[in-house]
Every structure is written in structure tokens, then in C-alpha cells.
Design a protein around this ligand. Structure first.
Ligand SMILES: Cc1cc2nc3c(=O)[nH]c(=O)nc-3n(C[C@H](O)[C@H](O)[C@H](O)COP(=O)(O)OP(=O)(O)OC[C@H]3O[C@@H](n4cnc5c(N)ncnc54)[C@H](O)[C@@H]3O)c2cc1C
Ligand code: FES
Length: 441
């Protein structure tokens, strides 16, 4: 059966863009004369690459299993008012010097920007002891997102800027343009711990353009959609669920979610409300340490049969801990399912350690530092050696950490492949040295 076509998600109207010209006028008038400039919000040092550039980049971390998504039509450029367009030019940056226009706008009001994207935290909610849900009001430069995409956020922790990826969990058809992120705290994690403990209303964070073109809802919605998640992996698939229900999707949607217990279940109330209001949504909650969900135990053939009784006209998405994602992928392959399965990891898979004979010396030629390789990635080794390479996702997605390999070979920690030719650009967050290596860093 041909899947029903659904309308392309509406883009925010131009009127939504807080055009700088009218904003500046009214805000300057409204601004008290003694108002102090607010502290600068962290932002991306390099202006975000045009979406088209980022999307063209290959993403070996998440190979496409089956091509069923029509490439999204490029978003129309957002125009804004005349002053916004003029301020957004390179010429304006040169005239404004030594910093770009956004730097000065930010000193006036952090919620103004002509090119960079920032978000103001307007709500902080602690759903449970391990997570925090943030609602961000983005600057008018935010282009909107597709359900399933992620965004890099930049925060300063103890004077050091860190960037991490988070997947918006709200519908891509938002009534407001706000972005909702749910962050699970990792006990040793720098950014997740900081956000859990210190995020508060009025704080600003830097934002990238939304990223990721594979783990997104196909624009032509399939008849049956299976969304599988575990823990904080719920965020991108919840965005898909909310987007589908917002647009009145009538096809069958199965939402299979794994949590340790009912108390750990994120968005419990929202999921219950959605399933109650939409008879086409089947909620399957599975608690690995309790039997008060619709399913018990771990993902296996019985869970698969409940989630996907008919292997036709369907699409499936899985996001969560590595063990869950690999179990789903394994069973999919074993059963020879034709339903396309897309998956997203929040952390890179762990490969077996290298043979000690394959370890050598790493030379960071730009800084004149050397280190004995210990099997970890070049990014980790550089950090251990006191360097601070620019990086974002730490799992091969954003390409922020690319450096030139000058000599030696590296192992791709995502797939184990060994490669390396002098002059090759490598992602140091997912490259471990094999033997002696020289890197332009
Ligand atoms: C595409 C994408 C989307 C993401 N979306 C979300 C989201 O919606 N919500 C969310 O909570 N997280 C999400 N993440 C994970 C997030 O980017 C961070 O990795 C996570 O918050 C930990 O960052 P940190 O600074 O606290 O930890 P770090 O300081 O970077 O790391 C500390 C320790 O924790 C380990 N670690 C780091 N990340 C993980 C992880 N995800 N799982 C297990 N161990 C880890 C590291 O190996 C290290 O030992 C996403 C990641 C990607 C790549
Ligand atoms: S930090 Fe994102 S690709 Fe390396």
C-alpha cells in the first residue's frame, strides 16, 4: 500500500523572526538607562557552516541501512528585516571590528543575533534525580528542526567552553518556537552534570544549526512507524511521536520504551496523555527492574513481534544505550526484516583494546608536545597532554575536531578500520593512533 502523503512541516513564518531593526528600536526605547550588560553567552567560535555543507558530510557513525527518506528540500533562507540583513553581512562584521556584529549585539541583549544562534533557558524541570529538562527560547536565527535531528550546545564550565549534542524532544510543529532538551546526568560527565546542577532560567547557551539527516522522519510518512528507545534515548523519538500526533497522522505508531523502573520513565505523563488521546498510538513500556509495564525483560523476539507484527509498509527507529541499539539491529538482521531500521547512538561503541605492540608515540607538531599512546583516541590523548583541541560531539558526527594527519596510521574507533595517509583530514575524537603518529595540532 502506498504510504499516505503528509504535508511538509511548516517552517516558522518570517513574522516570527525577531527582526533586529524593529526589535532594536523598541528594545532600546524600553531599556532602562542604568541596565547592566548581561554576561556573554557561549557560542560557536566558528560561525555554523551552512546547513548544506554540514549535510553533505559523510557520517560513517550511522550508516544508512535502507534508503527510504526523500532528501529534505533545502530550507528557504530566512530574510528578516532590512537592518537584520545588512547587519548579517561580512561587510558589517568588518566595519564593526575587531569582533563580529553578533558579539556587540550580544552585549546589548543576548537574545539578539544576526548569524549566530543562542538560546535563553526559560524553564528548568527536573523529571527525576538523574535528568533535567530545559526549555530554550532561541534567537530569531534559529531555523527550526526536523523531528529526530540534534543540536550542539555550547556552555562554559569553569572557564572552558564545551560543546555537546542534544536531541530536541518537542514536536517539530511547535506552537511556540521554543526548543526542549532533556539531559541525563552522567556521574563523570562535564556538561550533563553542569546542566543538571546549574542550569537556571535566564542563562544563555550557544546553539548550532540542527544536524543529522538520517535519523529523521521520512517526509512521506510510512503507514506504520515503530519507535524504540531506552533511557534518555527517548528524546529524538518522542519528538517524532509528538510531531506525528500534532499533524494528525492516522497510521499506526508503536512507541516501545525501556527504563529501569516506572520512577525512571521520562515523560511518563506526556506519553500516557498521547496514548489516551490517540487510538492509533500504542504505548509499550518495559521496565527492566519491574513488571508494571506492558512488557517485561529485555528486547527480544517477543518484544519485536509486539512492536512489529507485520513487516510491511513500516519504518523503525531505535535510540538508546549501545546494548539496546545493538540488540535491535542484531535481531532485525537475524529475522531478515525488510522494514528499514534507523538507529542513533548517544555514545560511540566500545572497541576491543589495541594490541600493546601497536602503540607508539604521538607527536602534536603544532604545539611541540609528545605523548606515549595508551590506546585512547587522539582527542583524549591531546587533552591528557594538556592541549584543548576544538571538539563537539566526541563521536564523529559534527566534524568540529578535524585535524591533519602528518604521519602514521590511525584506527577508526567506530568500525575498527585502520587507515591514514599524510595530509589526510581525520576526526581525532574517533581516531586512535596505531604505531607512531604525527598530527598537526
Ligand atoms: C546525536 C546525539 C544526540 C544526543 N542527544 C542527547 C539527549 O537528547 N540527551 C542526553 O542526555 N544526551 C544526549 N547525547 C549525549 C550527549 O551529547 C553527551 O554525550 C552526554 O550528555 C555526556 O556529556 P558530558 O559532558 O556530561 O560527559 P563527558 O564529559 O563528555 O564524558 C564523561 C564520561 O561519560 C562517558 N559518556 C559520555 N557520553 C556518554 C553517553 N551518552 N553514554 C554513556 N557514557 C557516556 C564518557 O565516555 C566519559 O567517560 C547525544 C549525543 C549525540 C551524539
Ligand atoms: S568532536 Fe564531533 S566529530 Fe569529533
Amino acid at each position: 500500500m502506498t504510504p499516505p502523503a503528509t504535508a511538509t512541516p511548516p517552517r516558522p513564518a518570517d513574522s516570527d523572526v525577531r527582526a533586529i531593526d524593529s526589535d532594536v528600536r523598541s528594545a532600546v526605547e524600553a531599556r532602562p538607562a542604568d541596565a547592566k550588560p548581561r554576561p556573554a553567552a557561549p557560542e560557536f567560535d566558528r560561525p555554523a557552516a551552512p546547513e548544506s555543507d554540514r549535510r553533505a558530510a559523510p557520517d560513517p557513525a550511522r550508516p544508512v541501512e535502507t534508503e527510504f527518506v526523500r532528501p529534505a528540500a533545502p530550507r528557504p533562507a530566512r530574510r528578516g528585516g532590512l537592518a537584520q540583513r545588512l547587519l548579517g553581512t561580512k561587510v558589517a562584521d568588518v566595519l564593526a571590528g575587531p569582533h563580529d556584529v553578533d558579539h556587540y549585539l550580544e552585549l546589548l541583549r543576548p537574545d539578539w543575533a544576526v548569524r549566530k544562534i543562542r538560546g535563553e533557558i526559560v524553564d528548568v524541570r527536573h523529571q527525576n534525580a538523574d535528568s533535567v529538562t530545559l526549555t530554550l527560547r532561541p534567537t530569531g536565527t534559529w531555523p527550526g528542526f526536523r523531528a529526530g535531528q540534534h543540536v550542539e550546545i555550547a556552555v562554559d564550565v569553569d572557564g572552558v567552553r564545551h560543546r555537546r549534542c542534544y536531541s530536541p524532544s518537542a514536536s517539530a510543529h511547535p506552537k511556540s518556537r521554543n526548543i526542549e532538551l532533556t539531559v541525563r546526568r552522567h556521574p563523570e560527565g562535564v556538561v550533563s552534570r553542569y546542566l543538571k546542577e546549574h542550569a537556571k532560567v535566564g542563562m544563555f547557551v550557544g546553539l548550532s544549526v540542527p544536524q543529522g539527516e538520517e535519523f529523521v522522519l521520512p517526509e512521506t510518512r510510512p503507514r506504520r512507524i515503530v519507535l524504540i528507545s531506552g533511557g534518555s534515548g527517548i528524546t529524538p523519538v518522542l519528538s517524532m511521536l509528538r510531531t506525528l500526533t500534532d499533524e494528525g497522522h492516522r497510521g499506526e505508531i508503536v512507541f516501545l520504551h525501556y527504563a529501569r523502573s516506572a520512577a525512571d520513565l521520562l515523560y511518563a505523563g506526556d506519553l500516557h496523555r498521547i496514548a489516551t488521546r490517540h487510538p492509533n498510538v500504542q504505548l509499550l513500556r518495559c521496565f527492566t527492574r519491574g513488571d508494571d509495564g506492558e512488557l517485561t525483560g529485555r528486547f527480544g523476539l517477543d518484544h519485536l513481534r509486539r512492536a512489529l507484527p507485520h513487516d510491511e509498509d513500516a519504518a523503525a527507529f531505535v535510540c538508546g544505550p549501545g546494548g539496546l541499539v545493538e540488540a535491535v539491529r542484531g535481531l532485525w538482521a537475524e529475522e531478515g526484516l525488510r522494514t528499514p531500521l534507523r538507529f542513533e547512538h548517544f555514545a560511540p561503541p566500545v572497541l576491543p583494546d589495541l594490541d600493546p605492540d601497536q602503540l607508539g608515540t604521538v607527536t602534536f607538531t603544532g604545539s611541540g608536545v609528545t605523548a606515549e599512546a595508551d590506546g585512547s583516541t587522539l582527542l583524549e590523548q591531546a587533552e591528557q597532554a594538556g592541549l584543548s583541541p576544538t571538539h563537539g560531539c566526541r563521536m564523529g558526527i559534527c566534524l568540529t575536531c578535524k585535524c591533519t594527519l602528518q604521519d602514521g596510521k590511525v584506527r577508526d574507533t567506530l568500525n575498527g578500520e585502520i587507515h591514514g595517509t599524510p595530509g589526510e583530514e581525520i576526526r581525532i575524537c574517533v581516531s586512535a593512533p596505531v604505531g607512531d603518529v604525527a598530527l598537526d595540532l
